[in-house]
Design a protein around this ligand. Structure first.
Ligand SMILES: Nc1ncnc2c1ncn2[C@@H]1O[C@H](COP(=O)(O)OP(=O)(O)OP(=O)(O)O)[C@@H](O)[C@H]1O
Length: 476
C-alpha cells in the first residue's frame, strides 16, 4: 500500500539528522508574523543582493538554525521535475510558521537554483550551508484552508517501532508506541500515513507519522520469517500458508476510542477476568466479593444436571432441562458453556444482565476467545488478564496451594505439579500473544494480596476516572 518516494525520504531524513539545519526554524518563527503580513522585519539580516525577485509570487524565506526539525518533506514532480513541498507535519515548525504549504515549489536554496536538481543534491546543499539559509519559494496554486484539529483518537493494538518499518519514508519521523497507547490523530489527509501524537503527552507533543497499514506488513513479515526458517530445514523459501494472509483481517491494528465517564447511577462496566486455569481468578473474585458484598457480585450459572437436595434453584445454579439448555445454546443465550459428565454447565448473558440491573459490579471469568462477544455498548467490558509470575515464583508461592478447578473434580484437592506450573506459564504466553490487545489491565498474581490490591485499585479507577473505550460503545 505504502510506496515511499526515495527523494521524499532522504530529504526528511536529512532534515531531521543534519545538525546544520536544526536551528533553521528559530528565525523562521521570529519572522513569521511580519512576513505573513508582507511586512519584512527591518532588523533581519539583509537578504543577499543577487536574489532576483521579479516574479510577483515568489516568497523568500530566511531561516537561522535551531534544534527543532523543520517538519516538512519534498518531492520531485514526475512531469515538470519541479521540487515541491510534499508534506507538512501538523503542529511542526513549518506548520506553525504558516510560511510553507503543501504544493509550494522550491526554487532556490541560498541562491542556488534547485530546478532540475535531484532531491539528494538539494539535501547536500542544505547540509553544507552554515548559518542563515534562504529559500526561494513559489506558493502552490491552492493553499489549504486551515482546518480545525480533528478529535480522533486511536488505541494502538500492537507495539510499533519505526525502526522496524521498512515502508516509513524516514525513521525519525515515525511515532513509536506500545500496545494500548492512545494516539491523537491530527491528520488523516494522507492515504497511508496518519499524523499523530501521544495523547496527553506534555509540552508540546511531537506530531509524527503513523503507518495505518503497518500491521498488515507485520503479518507478511511473520509469514516471511516462517518461510525463512523453513529454508534452514531445506524447504522452499517461499512457502507461505495462504491462511496466514487471509487471517490478516483479524490482525489487530487500531481501534477508534473516546473517553467515557460513567454517570452516577449508570450501569457498571462488566469486569472480565481471563487467565490460564489455576492462576487465581477465583481467589481474586472471592476476595473482591468479601471486601464489598454490596458492590460486587458474580453470575449464577445454568446447569442441566439434576438439583441436589440441599440446593435451591437460582442460588447455586439455575436448573433447566437438557433440551431447554440446548435451545438456549442455539439461540446464543450463553457466553460460555460446556459439558461435564453428560450435563451442560454455562453462563448466560441474562445472568450478567441481572447482576448489572441491580447496579452491582459483575465479575466473570471466561476464555479469552469469548471476550469479543462481550465487547458491546451494553457490557463495556473491562478485561483484566491475570498472569502467573515466573516458574520460580510459582513454585515458591503455590507450594501448599490446592488446585481447585471449577469443573475438573478429579484435580480438586491435589497440589500443583511442575507440569501445572509450566502449562500455566505457557498458556499465559499464548493468551497474551493472541489476545493481549484486548487486555486493558495485566495483573501478575505473584503475591495474592498485592495482586488483589492492584485489582481493587484498577476497579475503583474505572468507576471514577475517564476510560478510553471504543467509540461504538458510546453511540447507544
Ligand atoms: N498468589 C497466590 N499465591 C498462592 N496461592 C494462590 C495464589 N493465587 C491463587 N492461589 C491458589 O491457587 C489455587 C487456584 O486458584 P483459583 O482457584 O483461584 O484459580 P483459577 O484461576 O480460578 O482456576 P480455574 O479457572 O481453573 O478455576 C487456589 O488454591 C488458590 O488459593
Amino acid at each position: 500500500k505504502s510506496d515511499p518516494r526515495p527523494e521524499d525520504s532522504s530529504f526528511l531524513q536529512n532534515m531531521f539528522r543534519e545538525r546544520s539545519l536544526h536551528s533553521l526554524i528559530k528565525s523562521l518563527l521570529t519572522v513569521h508574523d511580519t512576513v505573513a503580513q508582507k511586512n519584512y522585519d527591518p532588523e533581519l539580516p539583509p537578504l543577499p543582493e543577487d536574489l532576483d525577485d521579479d516574479e510577483d509570487s515568489v516568497k523568500i524565506i530566511r531561516l537561522v538554525k535551531n534544534k527543532e526539525p523543520l517538519g516538512a518533506t519534498i518531492r520531485q514532480d514526475d512531469h515538470t521535475g519541479a521540487i515541491l513541498i510534499a508534506r507538512i507535519m501538523r503542529g511542526g515548525a513549518a506548520d506553525r510558521s504558516g510560511l510553507i504549504h503543501v504544493g509550494d515549489e522550491l526554487k532556490e536554496v541560498n541562491g542556488i537554483p534547485v530546478e532540475d536538481k535531484k532531491p539528494e543534491e538539494i539535501i547536500r546543499i542544505l547540509a553544507q550551508s552554515q548559518g542563515a539559509i534562504t529559500f526561494k519559494v513559489v506558493p502552490g496554486a491552492k493553499e489549504e484552508a486551515p482546518v480545525k484539529e480533528p478529535k480522533v483518537f486511536m488505541k494502538a493494538l500492537f507495539d510499533y517501532s519505526p525502526q522496524e518499518d521498512k515502508a516509513i519514508p524516514c525513521k525519525e519521523a515515525g511515532l513509536a508506541f506500545k500496545k494500548g497507547a492512545i494516539l491523537h490523530i491530527v491528520s488523516q489527509d494522507d492515504p497511508t500515513w496518519w499524523q499523530a501524537k501521544h495523547q496527553g503527552e506534555a509540552n508540546p507533543p511531537k506530531t509524527l507519522l503513523v503507518n495505518q497499514f503497518f500491521v498488515s506488513a507485520a503479518g507478511f513479515r511473520r509469514s516471511f520469517r516462517l518461510s525463512r526458517r523453513d529454508k534452514k530445514t531445506n524447504k522452499s523459501m517461499y512457502e507461505c500458508k495462504k491462511s496466514e494472509l487471509y487471517d490478516m483481517a483479524d490482525v489487530p491494528t487500531y481501534e477508534e476510542v473516546t473517553q467515557y465517564h460513567r454517570q452516577p447511577g449508570a450501569k457498571h462496566r462488566l469486569v472480565v477476568l481471563v487467565g490460564p486455569t489455576g492462576v487465581g481468578m477465583n481467589a481474586l473474585k472471592r476476595k473482591l466479593l468479601i471486601s464489598d458484598p454490596q458492590h460486587f457480585s458474580v453470575t449464577i450459572p445454568h446447569t442441566s444436571r439434576p438439583r441436589k437436595n440441599q440446593e435451591s434453584d437460582g442460588v447455586e445454579y439455575h436448573f433447566i432441562a437438557k433440551h431447554l439448555f440446548e435451545t438456549d445454546i442455539h439461540n446464543n443465550k450463553f457466553i460460555e458453556y460446556g459439558e461435564y459428565k453428560g450435563n451442560y454447565y454455562g453462563t448466560s448473558l441474562d445472568s450478567i444482565r441481572s447482576v448489572l440491573a441491580k447496579n452491582k459490579v459483575c465479575l466473570i471469568d471466561i476464555q479469552p476467545h469469548s471476550i469479543k462477544h462481550l465487547r458491546t455498548a451494553e457490557f463495556k467490558p473491562f478485561v483484566v488478564f491475570v498472569k502467573p509470575p515466573s516458574l520460580e515464583r510459582l513454585r515458591e508461592t503455590r507450594k501448599h496451594a490446592k488446585f481447585i478447578s471449577g469443573k475438573d473434580e478429579k484435580a480438586n484437592g491435589r497440589t500443583f505439579t511442575e507440569e501445572d506450573f509450566q502449562e500455566m506459564v505457557r498458556t499465559a504466553q499464548l493468551m497474551e500473544a493472541q489476545y493481549g490487545h484486548l487486555f486493558e489491565k495485566v495483573i501478575v498474581n505473584d503475591d495474592l494480596c498485592a495482586a488483589f490490591s492492584e485489582l481493587q485499585l484498577a476497579l475503583q479507577r474505572i468507576e471514577t476516572d475517564e476510560n478510553w473505550v471504543p467509540v461504538s460503545w458510546t453511540h447507544s
